[in-house]
Design a protein around this ligand. Structure first.
Ligand SMILES: [Zn+2]
Length: 470
């Protein structure tokens, strides 16, 4: 990882406070969380965090805690106790805010920060996003480099995780953790890893973790046609992505995670997070793809330039967001079924309220294999073909393309296995074509393909596309 923007090597603890040529010297690391050592391995870090939280609560685990006969029992008791404390803490906090209600079956229901009214506090036991981010921040030395307060970091990540809707089949905190894991893998690509600054890595991981926060489980057209307040607020443009970004900024400020940094630095981080999260708007796919392809054709990407690295981070996040078909079949299939279930739920809502059923949301007409073959052909494959080129290609990239082609073929077989022979029309993408020509053909074909329902800007031709400024 390069070290151009903030000084200090990532992964080691320099003796001096890191200096920034742009923002000047940063303050010395604050002593927080009972003097936590920031170079700890993850299990030790988590144990110390737990101890610090307990100390702050002024509590202890009670007499029965010490009677645990095995380590496993002790861990279980600790976990149960921790969840109990967590719920009590949050309940007390929410009661103080006047936001707590008790729902049916004794489930605690809380008004959410943004788009959806309820949250089931039982989801808090699922901690994958917080654990993963704490681990990756530690691995990369970001906690030390940015002198982050561990308690504030934990609070921020907890808020992000909590604001994902566990009742969404797809857009939930596990999807966020999945995208973050993929983003981490892409940041490790040999072509990229040596060029990235600590700020790049910080932004990439943060954007991946928060890119769908508070997703309501319905798409932008649904919000527009139901006149949702978010659609009005963001003037029907990148409504969800804008909400994910602004919610993230709100949580950053609420947690005070960046409050020790100079104002212009924290503002810059907020803006760059916005640029990354807004890039995940699938309706801007063509814009990014054409620019990416142009750079690769011209071989003019210069990763010494911060603006070019930022563009590659945008592409990497877009890849991470749609990489499910690049994973092994069993994982890929589950994600595919989950996203379709979310579409179908939207369709059910539309049917219930006499609204026109959105494309891909009609369970009777839109099968999972049909949706997935379209999604792979129009969105995933064109993007990953260019990513494959960018990585020159790497072992990971080759593996992903292998999974992608196998999964696509499998969905295609499943799709046509249940289609009457006289109505079968195989898309041109299925036919063998020279490598590199397939994606271009697909993009032209989008104009006339009735199955292109992914919010793709089908009418933009490569020559007329205006890509993001670098
Ligand atoms: Zn996503």
């Amino acid at each position: 990882m390069r070290d151009s923007s903030l000084g200090g090597q990532v992964g080691v603890c320099p003796d001096e406070a890191p200096r920034s040529p742009v923002w000047g010297p940063l303050r010395m690391p604050p002593v927080t969380c009972g003097g936590l050592s920031l170079a700890l391995e993850l299990p030790a870090l988590i144990r110390q965090l737990r101890a610090a939280w307990r100390a702050r609560r002024g509590g202890h685990l009670g007499p029965e805690r010490s009677q645990a006969s095995t380590w496993v029992e002790a861990e279980k008791e600790e976990e149960v106790e921790e969840v109990k404390h967590d719920i009590e803490d949050r309940s007390a906090h929410l009661e103080a805010d006047g936001r707590l209600n008790t729902g049916h079956a004794g489930v605690l229901l809380v008004e959410r920060r943004g788009s959806y009214p309820l949250i089931d506090l039982r989801i808090l036991k699922s901690n994958s996003l917080v654990t993963l981010l704490c681990h990756l921040f530690n691995v990369y030395g970001l906690i030390h480099h940015f002198q982050l307060d561990m308690v504030k970091l934990h609070r921020f990540l907890g808020m992000v995780q909590e604001d994902y809707h566990s009742q969404n089949p797809y857009h939930n905190a596990v999807h966020a953790a999945d995208v973050t894991q993929a983003m981490y893998c892409y940041l490790k690509e040999p072509k990229l890893a040596e060029q990235l600054s600590p700020l790049d890595v910080f932004l990439g991981l943060m954007a991946a973790a928060a890119h769908d926060v508070d997703h309501p489980g319905v798409n932008q057209p649904f919000l527009i046609k139901t006149r949702h307040h978010l659609a009005s607020l963001y003037q029907n443009t990148s409504v969800l992505e804008s909400h994910h970004w602004r919610s993230t900024v709100g949580m950053l400020r609420e947690s005070g995670l960046l409050s020790h940094l100079p104002a212009d630095m924290s503002q810059d981080i907020e803006q760059q997070l916005g640029s990354l999260i807004l890039a995940t708007d699938i309706s801007r796919q063509n814009e990014f793809l054409l620019t990416f392809r142009e750079h690769l054709d011209n071989q003019d990407l210069d990763l010494q330039l911060a603006s070019h690295r930022h563009f590659i981070l945008q592409i990497a996040l877009k890849c991470a967001d749609v990489c499910n078909p690049c994973r092994v079949w069993e994982l890929s299939r589950q994600w595919s079924e989950r996203v379709c279930e979310e579409f179908y739920r939207q369709g059910d809502l539309e049917r219930k309220f006499d609204l026109e059923i959105s494309p891909l949301c009609n369970q009777q007409a839109d099968s999972v294999p049909a949706i997935q073959t379209g999604f792979i052909s129009y969105i995933v494959e064109p993007l990953f073909e260019e990513w494959h080129r960018f990585t020159e290609p790497s072992l990971l990239s080759r593996t992903m393309m292998g999974h992608l082609h196998k999964n696509k073929a499998r969905w295609s077989r499943l799709r046509y296995a249940h289609t009457p022979p006289d109505t079968q029309t195989h898309p041109s993408a299925e036919e063998p074509q020279p490598e590199g020509a397939r994606a271009r053909t697909r993009m032209r074909d989008l104009d006339s393909d009735p199955h292109c329902s992914f919010g793709y800007q089908c009418h933009v031709e490569p020559q007329s596309g205006s890509g993001p400024a670098l």
